[in-house]
Design a protein around this ligand. Structure first.
Ligand SMILES: *Cc1c(COP(=O)(O)O)cnc(C)c1O
Length: 381
């Protein structure tokens, strides 16, 4: 695997004694995460804002980057897109009245701790609070990385599994957290096996950023486990800079094992909020056999103001994709409604209006068309 010049320089500067075997070992990557000020100072030329913010973080969402992911960041540019998502700035301390710790009100939709049952036929199963990296805009910053790096205990798993077993309406389980793929293979195997043994469970998927931030974790053994249980994987991607040869290998390996891959992207200011960047990301994902699934409006967690974009930005991005490029490259833009309303899809409007028996529609180039669509004849006329 050929490293990019930034990454090779990073490794020489921050981990000069690491062997190739260590660098390519996912457990070494996790053990050696960039987490404290000392490491951060060696990794990047921190701005005074970044330095002060890391000092003042206290018990808020911790900082954490795998050495691999940190190596993709320009050490001299505080506006580097990946850096903005990982290294905190003082804007995080600005809280707006409209922001909330649990903006999606997930805690209210938990019949048992860690299991969110909001939609009729599917549940969100939070299986760990540990992540390989901590995204500053995280919807679940209230619970991830906070309680030490522990994984949920067996009793909690059993209660959630008992609820799923006793609720035949549930046919779909989304496993998330935290990042489920940070768990050991045998734990993942056990959990998927238990879910697959429930007759009414038809569909199991894992939400993870691991293929992107810790591609070394996607071993052939893990792929075989996921294949055995016919799991799908939704991968969190933010920016085309993430699409390295390592990521091509991790996604390619999953795809070669027949594991369908989708993507989820959070729309964030100065990271990916322009159509050109998003198009490059979506094209890169397709090249890696990842089908773009969702673009999320950034949720209003405390201190997220500097990340948030007007809803029109998302609509403009979708409009710039639809028709202009492969349909498979166009994800659905959604807002997860505050208070627990669920995901609401937003789309540019292509219906211009109606003129008698015609609807007037427009195409991606702005041309309008009449489409014959006679209203039903009223009964008895
Ligand atoms: C996103 C989500 C799901 C899955 O929704 P899909 O639209 O099927 O991807 C399920 N439960 C909760 C609580 C969610 O937030």
């Amino acid at each position: 695997m050929v490293m990019g010049p930034l990454a090779a320089e990073f490794r020489r500067r921050v981990f000069p004694t690491a062997t190739d075997a260590e660098w390519h070992d996912w457990k070494w990557q996790l053990r050696n995460r960039v987490r404290d000020l000392d490491r951060l100072e060696r990794a990047f030329s921190l701005s005074p804002d970044e330095r002060e913010t890391v000092r003042a973080l206290g018990d808020r969402l911790p900082v954490g980057l795998t050495p691999y992911y940190a190596s993709l960041i320009d050490p001299d540019d505080p506006m580097d897109p990946i850096r903005r998502t990982m290294v905190p700035v003082a804007d995080e301390f600005t809280h707006e009245p409209s922001e909330a710790e649990d903006p999606l009100n997930e805690d209210a939709d938990m019949p048992v701790p860690g299991l969110v049952h909001r939609y009729p036929d599917r549940v969100l199963f939070l299986v760990t609070s540990f992540c390989a990296v901590y995204c500053r805009y995280c919807t679940r910053s209230r619970l991830v990385g906070k309680t030490g790096e522990y994984h949920f205990n067996t009793k909690q798993f059993e209660r959630a599994l008992a609820y799923i077993e006793a609720t035949p309406e549930i046919r779909d389980v989304l496993i998330s957290g935290g990042d489920p793929l940070t768990m050991m293979d045998d734990k993942i195997d056990w959990l998927l096996g238990r879910l697959r043994a429930i007759p009414h469970i038809e569909f199991v998927r894992i939400g993870s950023k691991i293929p992107c931030v810790l591609p070394q974790r996607i071993t052939p053994e893990l792929c075989r486990t996921l294949r055995r249980h016919q799991a799908w994987v939704s991968v969190h991607f933010m920016h085309p800079n993430e699409l390295t040869p390592e990521v091509s290998q991790s996604c390619g390996r999953l795809a070669d094992h027949g594991i369908p891959l989708g993507s989820q992207t959070v729309l964030t200011r100065d990271v990916n909020d322009d159509p050109e960047t998003m198009k490059r990301l979506m094209h890169g994902l397709l090249k890696n056999r990842v089908r773009p699934y969702y673009i999320y409006q950034c949720d209003p967690i405390p201190g997220s103001r500097h990340f948030r974009t007007p809803v029109e930005t998302g609509l403009r991005i979708i409009e710039a994709l639809r028709g202009h490029t492969t349909g498979y490259a166009v994800p659905q833009f959604v807002i997860d409604a505050p208070g627990g309303g669920g995901k609401i899809p937003l789309s540019p409007e292509y219906v211009v209006g109606r003129d008698g028996d015609d609807v007037i529609i427009r195409n991606f180039e702005g041309q309008t068309f009449r489409y014959p669509d006679p209203l039903p004849v009223a009964a008895g006329v």
